[in-house]
Ligand binder design. Structure first.
Ligand code: PRP
Length: 186
């Protein structure tokens, strides 16, 4: 079955180029390398969007680094300024006494990150940091800040570099703004 997305990348406006991403990810990797010199870190990604950022970030960190992953399903109620997050996959390893860096592609309402922060804290890590590629503060419901941030973006729907619309576009190398017709044509 051929299920192509309604709008191809060639008809979308690019917001952040692969070169900008590469440069910023290298800078964040360098910051983490310096902050945790001579120590190990565990990079905990949130499926699925964070996988591309995590894989590039991991290769720019010159430390012993292991990976683990959370899976979540979430529902945000922007009218009531609330929402619900549910864990669909827990980490496979104990995070106790570890330098944990939670890695996300995007901070939007903040519900997912706040929820996962609480989950990680119950493990009693040695340290806890948040690394996020994109911050979209316009819809924040619960306050939270990233320790390592790639880019702050306006209130637009973005795809590419891990970010999807209906599971499409995750493998694009640049980050694009999804135009309104992509939503209306399903
Ligand atoms: C996105 C993103 C974060 C979450 C952030 O995940 O990857 O996990 O939303 O939003 P929040 O700040 O409003 O909680 P999504 O549900 O799109 O799943 P995906 O990672 O599989 O794309």
């Amino acid at each position: 079955m051929n299920q192509l997305p309604a709008v191809p990348a060639s008809r979308m406006k690019m917001l952040i180029t692969r070169e900008q991403i590469k440069r910023r990810v290298a800078e964040i990797g360098q910051e983490i390398t310096c902050a945790f010199a001579e120590q190990s870190v565990v990079l905990v990604g949130v499926l699925k969007g964070a996988t591309i950022f995590l894989s590039d970030l991991a290769r720019s960190i010159e430390l012993d680094a292991t990976f683990d992953f959370f899976g979540v399903s979430s529902y945000a109620d922007r009218v009531r300024q609330s929402g619900e997050v549910r864990l669909t996959k827990d980490v496979d390893t104990s995070l106790e006494g570890r330098n944990v860096i939670l890695v996300e592609d995007i901070l939007d309402t903040g519900l997912t990150m706040n929820y996962l922060k609480n989950v990680v804290m119950t493990h009693q890590p040695r340290s806890f940091r948040i690394a996020v590629l994109l911050d979209k503060p316009a819809h924040r419901i619960q306050p939270i800040d990233a320790d390592y941030l790639g880019f702050t973006i306006p209130d637009v729907f973005v795809v590419g570099y891990g970010l999807d619309y209906a599971e499409h576009y995750r493998n694009l190398q640049d980050i694009y703004i999804l135009p309104p017709e992509a939503f209306s044509s399903g």
